[in-house]
Design a protein around this ligand. Structure first.
Ligand SMILES: Nc1ncnc2c1ncn2[C@@H]1O[C@H](COP(=O)(O)OP(=O)(O)OP(=O)(O)O)[C@@H](O)[C@H]1O
Ligand SMILES: [Mg+2]
Length: 327
């Protein structure tokens, strides 16, 4: 029995359309024009207990909307979802007590209270016993290194500290299912890594089921054995990270700067020209030819700078959805 299952889960937003200007505003009071945004289109997902799934896709793909439906914050337009046997939008207490939603883009802690007080509130809301709370707190303080700022007002925390605080508040009652929507957004590399280790550690220790969205390839490739890619509201890929990488990331990009202008035709012999300006260009080459082609270009072209880049996850995703290489 999957712990999370959706069947044709669909969300349409009805958006009020208004032309700019005062007259248009007045008119729109009488005849409202709407447009339908199909944010999530008949998504079928099945996730087993203990899985850590990366949920990725470009901006506006429908990730947050899906997680909001699975959390019961939004009603779907169509379709069904079951999480731990509950229908999320019925918002049963037993459901709410066993899952958690973290939104990296949105602060959920009390701004004026110290982090510790927010955690105490969580203890009361989730009806934790004092020993359970104490145990969980000690573990989180250690894993997320909260000691130094536990008693500091949240508004005075740095972004990285606040995010660790958000995670502490979400994890303190030991949820069985977690939806983490961009939990590492805006964090520096060191904190990102710490957060990743924390998420992995929690999942392994408690066998939690986690869906994680992130625009950082590192998060997803390090943490998740399984990826679900969504684009334009539709599921575009569902499989292992290795499968995705071996089938879709078989190339790298060589980014070049020149000290004299170079013709585009001089570049196309080395690989696919992705971006071209006379003084700057990006060439896509087969993964196993990267070094050779970079060396060849260095000897024949007026190169002033060169770097080799992995395609970003969004590039890969775009390639997947359209069936074209990125352009
Ligand atoms: N409250 C809303 N009202 C109307 N349209 C919305 C609303 N929320 C989201 N949308 C639209 O629904 C689509 C999906 O948005 P969603 O936030 O789910 O995308 P996302 O995959 O989370 O993107 P991102 O990576 O930028 O966070 C977008 O076209 C967005 O503009
Ligand atoms: Mg989002």
């Amino acid at each position: 029995m999957p712990i999370i299952k959706t069947v044709n889960l669909t969300k349409e937003y009805k958006v009020h359309e208004k032309d700019p200007g005062f007259i248009a505003s007045v008119k729109s009071l009488f005849s409202r024009k709407y447009k339908i945004v199909e944010a999530v289109k008949a998504i079928n997902i099945s996730i087993d207990e203990g899985e850590l799934v990366g949920f990725i896709g470009p901006n506006g793909a429908g990730k947050t909307t899906t997680l909001k439906m699975l959390s019961g914050l939004l009603y779907p337009t169509n379709g069904t979802a079951q999480v731990m046997g509950f229908t999320p939008w019925q918002r049963r207490k037993d459901f709410l007590k066993q899952f958690s939603l973290v939104m990296g883009q949105k602060a959920q802690l009390w701004w004026d209270l110290p982090l510790y007080d927010s955690l105490l509130l969580q203890r009361d809301i989730y009806e934790m016993t004092k020993p359970d709370f104490q145990n969980s707190l000690e573990e989180l303080v250690e894993m997320l290194e909260l000691q130094k700022f536990l008693k500091t007002q949240v508004r005075k925390l740095s972004l990285g500290q606040r995010m660790r605080g958000e995670l502490a508040a979400a994890f303190i009652y030991r949820p069985r299912v977690l939806f983490l929507d961009e939990p590492t957004i805006g964090l520096d590399i060191v904190v990102q890594k710490k957060v990743r280790e924390f998420i992995k550690g929690y999942q392994q220790r408690y066998g939690a089921t986690i869906i994680l969205t992130s625009h950082y390839l590192d998060d997803v490739s390090e943490l998740c054995d399984r990826l679900i890619i969504i684009d334009h509201g539709q599921k575009a890929f569902d499989g292992s990270t290795t499968e995705l990488i071996s089938t879709h990331i078989d190339h790298k990009r060589i980014v070049l700067s020149f000290n004299k202008p170079v013709q585009k035709t001089d570049l196309s012999t080395y690989g696919k020209v992705i971006h071209y300006q006379p003084y700057k260009a990006t060439i896509q080459v087969e993964r196993n030819q990267t070094t050779g082609q970079a060396a060849a270009m260095l000897t024949t072209l007026p190169v002033s700078d060169v770097s080799i880049e992995e395609p970003s996850l969004e590039d890969v995703a775009r390639e997947l959805f359209t069936g074209h290489d990125y352009s």
